[in-house]
Structure formats: C-alpha cells, structure tokens
Ligand binder design. Structure first.
Ligand code: DAH
Length: 339
C-alpha cells in the first residue's frame, strides 16, 4: 500500500503541474481526492491491514492528501496569475495613437442667426413662445382683424387644409394665442415657419421664417416700440447701424410702420444690395389694434402694446451675403459647410 500511495503522489504531482486551466485542476481534484478518487480507494483497503501498519499507512495517506491539496492550491494561483496577465496584455492600449476624428456637423445659418436674435431679446426681458404651424382660420385672419373678404385670404396666397384650417401665413397668430391665455404684462417673441403660395425664385420661398414680437402693458407707447427695435438693431448690427420708420398698413396694428436699416454695404449712398435705396426693409410693426385686444378679452382702455415681425431669411442673407434663398433648403453640404 505504501507503494500505491507513493505512486499516487507522483502521478498527481506530474498531472497537476501539467494542468492548464482551473477546470482541468478540478477534474484532477476529483480524480485523486474525490469520494470515488484514487486516495479513497486505497483507504478503503485499510481494513485489511494489521494493527501496527494501520496508523503508519493512515499517516502517510494524510500526508499525500495534504500534499495534493497544496499542489492544487499552488497551481490554481499560478493559473489565475497567468490568465490575468494575458488579459492585461490583450487589453493594453497605445495612448500615443492619434484619436479617431469624428466629423461634427455645424448649425444651419438660419439657426445660428435665430439664436443670436433670441439672445438679444432674452437680454431685454422677452420670453420665447411657440405656436402651431397648422392653424385655424380664426387665429390666422379673423382674430387679427383680417375680415372674410380680405385678399390675404385668397386661396392663391394661402395653403388651406380644410375650409377652416390652413398653414399659417404669419407668426402673428401667436400674438392672439398668447393674449388669450396670459394677462399683461406680456413680453414675448415667437420664431417659426410660415407658409405662402409663392413662386420660388432667388428671394421667394413658399416656406420661410418669421420672428414675431409682442409687448403688452399699461402705458406702452410708440416710443417704446422704437426704443426696443433700435436697441435690437444696435445689438445685432453694431453701434453704427441706423434705422428709419416708414408709415405702413397692417390690419392688426394702428398706427403701423415698416422699419428699414441703413444699407450696411454702401452706408446709405445706394448700391446693388439696397437697390439704390440706401435703406433695407427688415420688419413690419405697429401698435396693437384695439379690435385685436377686444378679441382676446384685454381692455384697450387699460392696456396698450406693440408688435413686430422680422423676416429671418432676409437677415441671414444680408449677414452672410447669400444671394439665393433656395440654398437654405436644398441641404447641399457644400453650402452648409461654409458656416
Ligand atoms: N404679420 C406681418 C406679415 O407677415 C408682419 C407684421 C407686421 C407683424 C406688423 C406684426 C406687426 O406683428 O405688428 O407681413
């Protein structure tokens, strides 16, 4: 039996040393130390031994067991270390390699300029609100004091969806929607898309953007309108910019005006950009009409207000010297990459 134990010890030592994974070691553990393992087999034969031999063999068997157990533990540790080193080697990265360059897009020039304008008005205490592009006839016309027979309602000018629903032709709709809900003081701007049946050419598009503005409070006068818009132009175009107001007509304001800026290209002497005028029109404005207030249940005896709307595309075209409005919507990356 002594011989048998020695053999087991030798064989186990050899096999454990040659094992390559934790599973392999586990299989060997079962083979040698398990309930049906080699060592147990030997111990089962102990009954046959004499009383003197038994403790000797018992001791020896225990030593073999301890030896095998220690071998297993040592080999397990060794294998763990090797696997960890292999993983570290595989996951090694070269931090000196150049990074992968991701191409980021840029903002559309319309977005860039819109954000600049929003910034200026937010600085003057305005809030930004939005309104629906699919609008009721009532908000687009009726509530803005544009009666049933007004030419602006002509189906040649307007995209109708049903008899009472259309694509809004102006952002002034948001004035009414805002005044219906909020009570004065009101100070908002509302940027958004508007739609008109226009022949497409270098300066006309059936879709374009406006930025509506509305201020309602007690004692608001035309001087406030002028002061606010002059300040806006000064912030947007710089201190050297000059503006002028011309009388105009809009159904929802009284009095109404258009505002021009002095041509930034020729400084007023007349050039191709301002078509020899020296001035460029950039917005419509006026004092909110009494009837519009009444439609929104705001008392015109107590409150007054002014409103305006800028055409966004035009400002962007002037700013970047863009000659054709169609570039904005064609999504040609050669155009967009320039901004
Ligand atoms: N809604 C007008 C248009 O699209 C522009 C306009 C003029 C808006 C005067 C206003 C305003 O708020 O007061 O032509």
């Amino acid at each position: 039996m002594q011989k048998q134990l020695k053999e087991i010890r030798m064989l186990a030592e050899k096999e454990i040393a040659g094992s390559k994974s934790e599973q392999e070691i586990e299989t060997l553990r079962i083979k040698y130390l398990g309930k049906k393992g080699c060592l147990t087999d030997v111990l089962k034969q102990m009954a046959k031994l004499s009383a003197e031999e038994r403790p000797l063999i018992g001791k020896m068997a225990n030593q073999v067991r301890t030896f095998i157990e220690e071998m297993i533990e040592k080999r397990n540790r060794g294998i763990k270390k090797i696997t960890q080193e292999e993983r570290l080697r595989a996951e090694k990265i070269d931090v000196t390699l150049p990074g992968k360059c991701r191409k980021l897009g840029t903002k559309h020039p319309i977005t860039t300029v819109l954000e600049e304008i929003e910034e200026v008005f937010i600085g003057m205490g305005f809030n930004i609100v939005e309104g629906p592009e699919i609008e009721l006839d009532y908000y687009n016309f009726e509530a803005l004091n544009i009666p049933k027979n007004h030419p602006a309602r002509d189906e040649k000018d307007t995209f109708y969806i049903t008899d009472t629903m259309l694509l809004r032709t102006e952002t002034s709709t948001v004035q009414v929607r805002t005044m219906e809900k909020a009570s004065p003081p009101i100070r908002i701007i509302s940027p958004g898309r508007v739609y008109r049946v226009d022949e497409v050419d270098a300066t006309h598009s059936p879709i374009f953007h406006q930025i509506e503005g509305l201020v309602v409070d007690k004692n608001v006068t035309f001087a406030d309108l002028k002061g606010t818009l002059e300040k806006f132009v000064e912030k947007f175009y710089g201190a050297s910019a000059a503006v002028r107001f011309r009388p105009h007509y809009f159904p929802f304001t009284e009095p109404s005006a258009e505002m021009d800026i002095r041509c930034f290209h020729c400084q007023g002497s007349g050039c191709k950009i301002c078509k020899g005028e020296g001035w460029i029109e950039i917005l419509g404005c006026g004092m909110v009409h009494r009837k519009v207030f009444e439609n929104c249940k705001i008392n015109p005896q107590i409150y007054s207000g002014f409103a305006f709307a800028l055409g966004l595309e035009r400002l962007v075209m002037y700013k970047y010297s863009i000659k054709d409005i169609r570039f904005f919507y064609e999504n040609d990356v050669r155009f967009l990459k320039q901004f």
